[in-house]
Structures are given as structure tokens and as C-alpha cells.
Design a binder for this molecule. Structure first.
Ligand code: ADP
Length: 415
């Protein structure tokens, strides 16, 4: 149970103390008496008072002196005081009482009900102050707890991030080593398969020819996949270097068009290109070739047989620095707007990879989820921007997708 509020009464006359105590007993309070200023001071050492009622005229130390001393002490500096005085009931002495920090003043003889009312108000104020202090202490406690938790979580997160970074670095160097290790024997397989394919005795035998072609196609595909992995690692480590040269996007796209001619025919896809008005831009043609290769392969993969793909480009006239915009558009299955940004992060694929059909150029053919991350890395290296526009994913109505790329015409590659 909460302790009753304590009231300190100070008077040198026992009969006054007696009367006052009797009167205050009408309230839910504990009354402590002091017959002098020094007595009162020593009581405040052991008790916390809600208020004090102090007689002004006392020998040794008068009421004002006592209250001044109380004000100087941290624990009693805000103690409400009612001065009671028989003699100095004029305005001057009222003022003196207030200056000493008192909150109220009563002249003797006092009317009991008025004194009780004043005391009640002080007690209410005291209760309110106590509640506020308790709430404040609670808030401070919560705050400290919260801060500690946030600090702990931050530390945990920092540690987890460090571990992840380490793991990511390990993974990256593992992939780099494996990729380089695979490349050498793969080049041998590729080289021998090419030799086999052109050997007259193999050429004369249809079955051997089919087998040699199969080996070669597989080896080329593996070679490409390894190349894509290495590109991603280079982008991740910021070491995708660009060679600064004049690049004709029309020439780059037309060479890709030739490379993919068989696939386009096989999948009955039409590819129209309009890059006539696009000027040569400063960049790395090998990387730009990869950029459009990824975008075109995706357009092929995500467009059903018989669909349309287009690549259009133009110079953005109103840009302060000349820029070109290229749009790779397809009539494919489209992309849900929720994924328009996510698809550019590495390994991100919409839908389940298990549902993808195999084959790099088949409808919904499998991929490693790196194509667009690499495309974005290449565009960023050229100080450009890439984004996708599509009404949504719909495999029946095929709303299509449009990948926009904006590249500066004259810009040295970013660091
Ligand atoms: P993936 O190897 O899976 O093709 P990408 O990084 O190239 O990886 O693409 C990420 C995802 O973006 C794909 O899994 C696919 O869901 C979606 N996507 C990319 N291009 C297209 C497109 N032209 N049409 C529809 N979806 C696309």
C-alpha cells in the first residue's frame, strides 16, 4: 500500500502543534512535529514530506530562515510551505514569505477550514507531482531499455553483416577459382569438338556429326555461363573495367541480330531494329554487346513463339548533356510492377526456377538470374540508367515488357 503523505509542522509552542496536528488528522496524512528550526531540518533528513506548515516567529531560527535553509537543500528545495504568523500579517511580510520560496501564507488565528483547504490543494499538487515523477522514471527506464536493445540489435546486425560480407567474399573467390579452373579444360573440349566437327570422316557420318555438334553446343553454353558468372563477380567487386572507345550501337545490335538469327527463326520471332538516328556513344563495345545480349535473350525467353521484339533508339534532344535512349520491347508475358526493381538484383527470378524450361532461348528457358544484374552493372558503369515498364505479368494476354536504357553520348566510364 502506498504510504500516506507526510506533513511537517513546525512551531515552538506545543499547544499550537497540538491544535494543528488534531486538525490535520482529519486528512489521510502522517503528521510529524518539530519544535524548532533545527529539529525540522533533522527530520527532513530521514523523511520525505509533501509539505510543511511553519510558524514564522520562533526563537533561535525563525520560519523564514528555516525555509531558506530548506530551499538550499536539493531534496527539500521544492517543498511547499504554508507560513503561519500572528504578528506580521501585512503585505510586506507576505512578500518576505514568498521570497523565501513559500507558496502560501496564513495569519493567526486561522480559520481551520481555510487552512485545511489550502493543505488539500498542496496535497493534490504533491500527488500529481509524484505521479508525473513516477511516469517520467518509467519513461526513462523504457528509453534506457530500448536504447540498450537497439544497441544490442545493431551490434548483432553489424556482426551478421560482417559474417555475410566474409561469406560473400569467400563465395566470390570460390566461384572465380572454379570458373577459371573450368575454363581451361572447357576450352580444350570446345577446341576438340570444333576440330571433330570439321573432320572429313565425322562430316561424312551423320551420327558423329550430330554428336560433335552436341558437344560443341554444350561446351559453348557452359563457356557462356562461366563468362556470365565471372562478369557478375567483376561487377560485385567493382572491377568491371571498360575500354573507352566510340561505339556504334547499331553495329553492336546488328551483330547480335546475326548471332541470334537461327534462334529467332526457330522461335518464329520477329526482331525489328531502328537505331538509325542514334549517334556513336563513348563506351566499351564489348560490354555494351553483353548488355544488349542479356536484354535480347530475355526478350526471346519471355516471349511466346511467334511474338515480336523491337529495339528502337533516339537521341534525347532536350538533355543538358546529350543522351541516347534505347528501348528493347517485346510482346511477351510481361512483369508484375511489384518486381520492376527487384529483377535487377542478382539471382532474383520471378516464379519458381523449377518451372522454367531448360534451354537459354526456349520460351521461359532457365537462367541463373544474373542477366539483368549484369545489364544494370554495365549501364551504371557507363553512367546510365535502366528500368523496365510493363503492365503486369499475364501469360495469356501477353502485355509485353519494355526495357529502357539511357546512356550519355559523351561520358568517360565511371570509376
Ligand atoms: P534470368 O536468368 O532468370 O532470365 P534475369 O536477371 O535476366 O535472370 O531476369 C530476372 C527475372 O526478370 C527473370 O527471371 C524474369 O522473371 C524477369 N524478366 C527479365 N526479362 C524479362 C522479359 N523481357 N519479360 C518478362 N520477364 C522478364
Amino acid at each position: 500500500m502506498q504510504e500516506k503523505p507526510k506533513i511537517l509542522i513546525v512551531d515552538d509552542k506545543p499547544e499550537n502543534l497540538y491544535v494543528l496536528e488534531k486538525l490535520l488528522q482529519k486528512l489521510e496524512v502522517t503528521v510529524l512535529r518539530a519544535a524548532s528550526g533545527p529539529d525540522a531540518l533533522s527530520l527532513t533528513v530521514d523523511h520525505e514530506f509533501s509539505m510543511a506548515i511553519v510558524d514564522v516567529q520562533m526563537p533561535e531560527m525563525d520560519g523564514y530562515e528555516l525555509v531558506e535553509l530548506l530551499r538550499g537543500n536539493r531534496s527539500t528545495s521544492r517543498l511547499p510551505v504554508i507560513f503561519v504568523s500572528a504578528i506580521y500579517a501585512d503585505e510586506y511580510h507576505h512578500r518576505k514569505g514568498y521570497d523565501a520560496g513559500a507558496v502560501d501564507f496564513m495569519s493567526k488565528p486561522f480559520i481551520p477550514e481555510i487552512l485545511l483547504n489550502k493543505v488539500r490543494i498542496f496535497l493534490e499538487l504533491y500527488e500529481q507531482r509524484r505521479e508525473i515523477e513516477a511516469l517520467y522514471a518509467q519513461v526513462v527506464g523504457f528509453n534506457e531499455e530500448l536504447e540498450e536493445k537497439v544497441q544490442q540489435r545493431t551490434l548483432q546486425l553489424e556482426k551478421a553483416y560482417e559474417t555475410l560480407e566474409k561469406l560473400d567474399k569467400n563465395k566470390a573467390s570460390f566461384i572465380t577459382v572454379i570458373a577459371h579452373e573450368l575454363r581451361t579444360p572447357l576450352s580444350l573440349v570446345k577446341g576438340y569438338a570444333e576440330m571433330l566437327k570439321t573432320d572429313p570422316s565425322v562430316k561424312a557420318n551423320d551420327m558423329l556429326q550430330t554428336m560433335a555438334t552436341g558437344i560443341l553446343t554444350g561446351a559453348i553454353r557452359m563457356h557462356n555461363s562461366i563468362g556470365v558468372m565471372l562478369d557478375m563477380i567483376r561487377i560485385d567487386n567493382g572491377i568491371l573495367e571498360g575500354v573507352v572507345e566510340s561505339c556504334f550501337l547499331e553495329i553492336i545490335v546488328s551483330s547480335l541480330q546475326k548471332e541470334l538469327a537461327d534462334v529467332l527463326t526457330e522461335r518464329q520471332l520477329t526482331l525489328s531494329v531502328d537505331l538509325e538516328t542514334v549517334p556513336a556513344i563513348v563506351g566499351d563495345s564489348e560490354l555494351l554487346h553483353k548488355l544488349f545480349q542479356h536484354l535480347l535473350l530475355n526478350a526471346i525467353k519471355y516471349t511466346p513463339d511467334g511474338g515480336r521484339i523491337s529495339i528502337d533508339g533516339y537521341l534525347i534532344e532536350d538533355a543538358t548533356e546529350p543522351q541516347v535512349e534505347i528501348v528493347v520491347r517485346d510482346s511477351g508475358i510481361g512483369i508484375d510492377p511489384d518486381y520492376h526493381e527487384l529483377i535487377f538484383t542478382k539471382f532474383y527470378q520471378t516464379g519458381s526456377a523449377a518451372l522454367h524450361s531448360s534451354g537459354q532461348t526456349k520460351f521461359k528457358g532457365g537462367g541463373g538470374g544474373l542477366g539483368l544484374a549484369i545489364a544494370k552493372g554495365i549501364v551504371t558503369l557507363h553512367n546510365g540508367r535502366v528500368w523496365v515498364e510493363s503492365d503486369g505479368h499475364d501469360e495469356e494476354n501477353c502485355p509485353g515488357s519494355a526495357f529502357h536504357i539511357v546512356l550519355p553520348v559523351e561520358y568517360s566510364l565511371s570509376e
